[in-house]
Ligand binder design. Sequence first.
Ligand code: SAM
Length: 207
Amino acid sequence: MTQNEDKPDRTDRIKWHYAHRVHPDRAHFDILDWAAPETQQLRFEILTKNVALRGQSLLDVGCGLGDLVTYLEKQNVSVDYTGVDVVEQMVERAEHLHPSRRFECADIFNNPAALDGEKFDVVFCSGAMNLDLGNNLEFAKVALPAMLSHTRGTLAVNMLHARIPAGEPQYFAYNPDYILSILKPLCSEVQLLDDYLVNDFTVIAKI
Ligand SMILES: C[S@@+](CC[C@H](N)C(=O)[O-])C[C@H]1O[C@@H](n2cnc3c(N)ncnc32)[C@H](O)[C@@H]1O
């Protein structure tokens, strides 16, 4: 069975893509299906450079292996971190790698009651909206407000950019104008950053 032949629901589709990749001997960027470690780190750099983080509570949506924790610790940025991911194997590995940090297994896009409706100063989402789910434009209309509902301050989210075809069929690339049209009515301020990688953009949205 190939991914194109199968049409599982969204959560199953995400689990199916990532769960089998998690292995202690495999490089993190490869497990997470980033092109290279440098592009994963550059996305972290863009998120953290553009949002004041020190001392803030931070929700990392689609946290994968918790590599953002490693990045923040290296930068000496102290935050009250919570990572959430829908793939159990990711969460287990993240907990193993960062035992003092909080990780939860949930699909916050699907389940408004996830995390008991808890709010954080900042919500980050790096790469969790990039799989082709068959209905990504509709999905974005649900996922972005769901993430906003978990912050009292700032949402910073990155996505693949439609100016470059997504390449492999399992990915979906977005038009930033479309994403801005969802966020602007819900936010006091929205900033687009699209000059750091040709195939990616970041939106910083303030409640
Ligand atoms: C490309 S990886 C990025 C991981 C991490 N943000 C990083 O950059 O190291 C995408 C992650 O998002 C997670 N993910 C995708 N959809 C999700 C959802 N609906 N809820 C929670 N996690 C999700 C996947 O399981 C995967 O771990």
